[in-house]
Design a protein around this ligand. Structure first.
Ligand code: NI
Length: 185
């Protein structure tokens, strides 16, 4: 079985644009969310935002081990504390870096029935929310790294692009990295 969507990777301009508000929560959106979840599970990752499948809408899906969830038009209302976590992204294969962000967030948004959501999240869930919300604003986590780490990240990405080009004809795909201790968001 193949995933409904191909996950867009760094270099794709869709990842750099701000996604638009969802105005209609309808069956088509539910279908999109469903296909995004399937794509996320197959990757596998813990979260996936619509721009990562080329859709410029403000929604993301996630599952940090408590079942599939969808958040539409999310907004962070409040953040607290600081937490360092080894962050990875499905749109930047083979790369992860420790990144400091707020530890707790209060997220609001809507579910697929149009009900308001209000979620107090901390640690991994809070990290997932912040990472996915960044995707909706066209921001990749490497942009939030300190200058030295960002430079190192860009170097790795450039080298991977070169090797990907070398391998393109042979249709070789590198496996999803699965080093323990970090999550793909
Ligand atoms: Ni990501």
């Amino acid at each position: 079985m193949s995933a409904p969507y191909e996950i867009r990777v760094i270099g794709d301009p869709v990842l750099r644009r701000r996604a638009g508000e969802v105005v209609d929560i309808n069956g088509k959106l539910a279908r999109l969310a469903d296909d995004m979840l399937t794509t996320m599970y197959e990757a596998p990752g813990l979260g996936l935002a619509a721009p990562q499948v080329g859709v410029q809408k403000r929604l993301f899906v996630y599952d940090i081990g408590e079942g599939p969830q969808v958040v539409i038009n999310p907004e962070v209302r409040e953040t607290r504390g600081e937490w360092t976590y080894d962050e990875g992204c499905l749109s930047i294969p083979g790369l992860n870096f420790e990144l400091l962000r707020p530890k707790e967030v209060h997220l609001v948004g809507y579910d697929l029935d149009g009900n308001e959501l209000s979620i107090e999240a901390d640690e991994l869930l809070a990290r997932c929310f912040q990472h996915e919300l960044d995707h909706l604003d066209g921001v990749l986590f490497i942009e939030r790294l300190e200058a030295d780490d960002r430079k190192a990240a860009m170097k790795i990405i450039r080298e991977q692009k070169l090797s990907a080009a070398d391998l393109a004809d042979a249709e070789v795909r590198s496996p999803t990295p699965s080093r323990s201790g970090f999550s793909l968001l």
